[in-house]
Design a protein around this ligand. Structure first.
Ligand code: HC3
Length: 481
């Protein structure tokens, strides 16, 4: 294939302009050179953070360990050079990818041309689409739609649920890795004021409201219009679908092309040679990555920013794992019961050393039954929004507002299913809600069990966002020793 054609796809590692296929992956010259240097016997890198540093064009030189990890996860290998030519399958997949890129670029240009017009009458004021070109396919969207792309969305009140509200990199930079000791609820601000009583003008930390990543409820914004007309419902659907598309971590088409990439026996053995806590740590890392995208999805949902800040946090705390599980069905291959995990398709046996076979079986069964519904991506998007915007979650202060938004999303779901001639799916989707709840309770139960066995691993090695969502206060507070 012509190099110039491949170059329409950005570097799979950092998103910079690519220069062709290097070591088996489309990369730029910088990442090609980096990978070559990393292969020297004397080289060994380590990450001083959580081993999940974002790698993009501007940050790629900051952490060599994470950059190399990403190169390997994307499939870079010295062997790719030794074995020379690509297989027919790889070539076909590459051609298809180039074609999809072209089409997406064209589509994007059309959307951009239309969006100026659309924004003038949009009830939901959708977040400006950050795309200025087509997104790279099948790579973390931190590259395609960097989570730090919208500076206003990123700023946060760091001492209040820091990891829900800030991308990890920023927190490290601000040195605010932990909440203050003694702040048991995590909702108390630096002045000892309960953030739940935040004034309308100021956020919990006395910051202006624009300093928040999850925006606090804004009285100026209190008048929120809810759609009644078909046009509004359609706008709501489009806006939710866009939020999903921008934050969905992996693209369905590309996962489809990668279905043949299953873990080999040797690779499965490698997972089996990990200790229980190493395996938990790995899964906690992957799960946190997925949750990060769900948080971003929530922030881009129409109406979410108009919910009170503490309610936004409560919805995410109780709903983000459920959305991860809904999204997991997109990554599931029913033919061989595998899920796209850690760069390849994995069966339940990969997770053996977590020692929670019942949870893994239940999660895989759920993914299988969801995949069997053969939902389209827009249907997954709106169902995910429905799962997240749930007025029955504990601790909500303004349940009414959540209820109203939920009603709109319910209408949106009925509308899209009706439009797709699949009204019968509605009941089947609602039947999934209690299953999701039960899975999440089982997940938390497993974490309690694991914490009793390995309290230090959770406290010291688990990603802060994971602890923020699933852990207890003792997991997030600095240890007293
Ligand atoms: C199966 C899984 C939950 C789902 C995770 C998914 C499939 C989510 C979407 C991501 O894009 C890819 C991905 C990676 C990891 C998958 C998790 C691995 C194990 C976890 C189970 C529910 C076990 C819970 C792990 C624990 C106990 C550490 O929290």
């Amino acid at each position: 294939m012509m190099r110039a054609q491949i170059e329409v796809i950005p570097c799979k590692i950092c998103g910079d302009k690519s220069s062709g296929v290097h070591y088996g992956v489309i990369t730029c010259e910088g990442c090609k050179g980096f990978f070559r240097r990393s292969q020297q016997a004397s080289v060994s890198y380590s990450c001083s953070r959580q081993s999940n540093c974002p790698i993009d064009r501007s940050s790629r030189t900051r952490c060599q360990s994470c950059r190399l990890k990403k190169c390997v996860a994307q499939g870079m290998s010295r062997d790719a050079v030794k074995f020379g030519r690509m297989s027919k399958r790889q070539r076909d997949s590459l051609i298809a990818e180039v074609e999809r890129h072209r089409q997406r670029q064209q589509q994007q240009q059309r959307i951009q041309a239309n969006s100026m017009e659309a924004q003038t009458f949009s009830t939901y004021c959708p977040v400006k689409d950050p795309l200025d070109g087509s997104p790279p396919i099948l790579q973390p969207l931190a590259l395609a739609y960097p989570i730090h792309m919208d500076p206003e969305m990123q700023r946060c009140a760091p001492e209040v649920h820091p990891y829900l509200m800030c991308p990890p990199g920023e927190l490290q930079a601000s040195g605010l890795l932990y909440r203050r000791r003694g702040d048991r609820s995590g909702l108390t601000d630096s002045r000892g004021v309960d953030s739940r009583q935040s004034s309308p003008e100021q956020g919990p930390l006395g910051m202006s409201t624009t300093d928040m990543s999850l925006r606090p409820y804004d009285h100026e914004d209190a008048f929120c219009q809810y759609p009644t007309s078909l046009l509004h419902i359609e706008e709501l659907c489009a806006s939710i679908v866009r939020s999903h598309r921008e934050t969905s971590q992996f693209r369905v088409e590309e996962l489809q092309a990668l279905r043949w990439k299953v873990f080999t026996r040797e690779e499965i053995h490698m997972y089996h040679s990990k200790s229980v806590d190493e395996m938990w740590q790995l899964c906690a890392d992957r799960l946190s990555d997925a949750v990060q995208y769900v948080v971003e999805f929530a922030k881009r949902l129409p109406g979410f920013r108009q919910i009170r800040q503490n309610d936004q946090i409560n919805l995410l705390k109780s709903g983000s794992m459920e959305v991860v599980l809904v999204r997991m069905s997109r990554l599931f291959n029913t033919e061989n019961s595998t899920v796209f995990f850690d760069g390849k398709f994995a069966g339940t046996e990969v997770f053996k050393n977590l020692l929670c076979g019942d949870l893994i079986m239940a999660v895989f069964d759920f993914a299988d039954s969801m995949s069997a519904l053969r939902l389209t991506d827009p249907q997954v998007a709106i169902f995910s929004a429905l799962v997240l915007i749930n007025p029955d979650r504990p601790g909500l202060e303004d349940r009414g507002r959540v209820q109203r938004l939920r009603k709109d999303i319910e209408r949106a779901l009925s509308h899209i299913l009706h439009r797709d001639n699949q009204d019968t799916l509605l009941l089947r989707l609602y039947q999934k809600l209690p299953v999701l709840k039960a899975l999440c309770s089982l997940h938390i139960e497993k974490l309690h069990w694991f914490r009793q066995l390995y309290p230090l691993t959770v406290h010291t090695h688990f990603p802060p966002l994971y602890k923020e969502l699933f852990g207890s206060d003792s997991d997030t507070l600095p240890s007293s020793s």
